[in-house]
Design a protein around this ligand. Structure first.
Ligand SMILES: [Fe+2]
Length: 307
């Protein structure tokens, strides 16, 4: 039985000081589709995703994670969740109500225990999506988001207790992979020196398209931070790049599905070359990668996003 009210990851919002390069990167070499542009905020869809947008980029003097948005089954689930959060004295930023972002819908916003803004919504109008063609190497949809936490156990407990996330696997005691449905993870929590965005991951159509996309980035001068390779935990492929504002973004595909939820026993993976990089193509974790994934301390904690 699925007990989580959360169906999927909808979108991630970031605020960036280098706005124009961010817009150019995402609609250019990264392969997203601009769908709306609202005076310093750009919304990007993935061609094959019915989400109105999977990424929003806002111009701001300081870099921050604006919000992480998850989908819920219906308005009743949003209301029930709000009641539980209020009873648990979670800091609510916006009571359940109509959303004024593209696609509308019904949602609420609250802060997680480290001050990240989280939105849960239902009834958002869908966008006309189309299947990607073979060899079409643009993102199909959002895969997952990874956050850096200074208290990984407490953050994990919050997402389990209040949002019904379940643990899929551990990577040592440094990262836990969390699911609400069959996807091995839509959220992962990584232990870090400060609270920050770790990376945003975009799913490609298949291995061929993932490799073609990775190659397009390389041809345009974007050296992978790590990859191409295939992880142990989640069994997904990975190529990590830095975006123009120093956030890490990932192309992935073939993320593991957990079909029999009730019998799943979380595993513990080690960060050995064999388990972190099954194919042996990615090489060792580089000195540049860890600080890039730690990112800068988030400037927007406990602060509502302006939209
Ligand atoms: Fe990832």
């Amino acid at each position: 039985m699925n007990s989580s009210p959360i169906t999927h990851l909808r979108h991630v919002g970031i605020a960036v000081p280098d706005y124009e390069p961010a817009v150019e990167f995402n609609r250019g070499v990264w392969g997203l589709t601009p769908v709306a542009d609202d005076d310093g905020v750009s919304f990007f869809a993935a061609e094959a995703s019915p989400e109105q947008y999977i990424l929003r980029v806002r111009r701001a003097p300081e870099k921050r994670l604006d919000l992480i948005a998850f989908g819920a089954e219906d308005a009743a689930s949003v209301d029930a969740l709000a009641e539980r959060l209020i009873a648990a004295e979670v800091r609510i930023e916006r009571e359940p109500g109509e959303l004024d972002t593209p696609g509308g819908g019904y949602g609420l916003r609250f802060f997680d225990p480290e001050g990240r803004l989280i939105e849960i919504s239902s009834d958002v109008e869908q966008r006309a999506a189309r299947p990607l063609e073979p060899r079409e190497s643009i993102p199909r949809r959002l895969s997952h988001v990874v956050i850096n936490s200074v208290d990984i156990l407490n953050t994990k407990a919050f997402y389990e207790r209040h949002l019904g996330f379940r643990l899929s696997d551990w990577l040592e005691d440094k990262m836990c992979f969390m699911r609400t449905r069959a996807d091995h993870h839509i959220l992962a929590i990584s232990s870090g020196p400060h609270v920050a965005l770790n990376h945003i991951s975009f799913e490609m159509r298949g291995i061929d398209e993932y490799m073609r996309g990775s190659g397009r980035l390389i041809r345009h001068g974007h050296r992978p931070l790590w990859g191409p390779g295939r992880h142990g935990a989640g069994d997904n492929t990975f190529t990590y790049f830095l975006d123009p504002n120093g956030n890490v973004v990932e192309y992935t595909t073939e993320l593991e599905k957990i079909v029999d939820d009730d019998t799943w026993v979380p595993r513990r993976f080690e960060a050995t070359p064999e388990e972190a990089d099954q194919w042996g193509t990615a090489g060792l974790i580089t000195d540049a990668m860890i600080p890039a994934m730690f990112n800068e301390p988030d400037k927007g904690l406990w602060t509502p996003a302006p939209l």
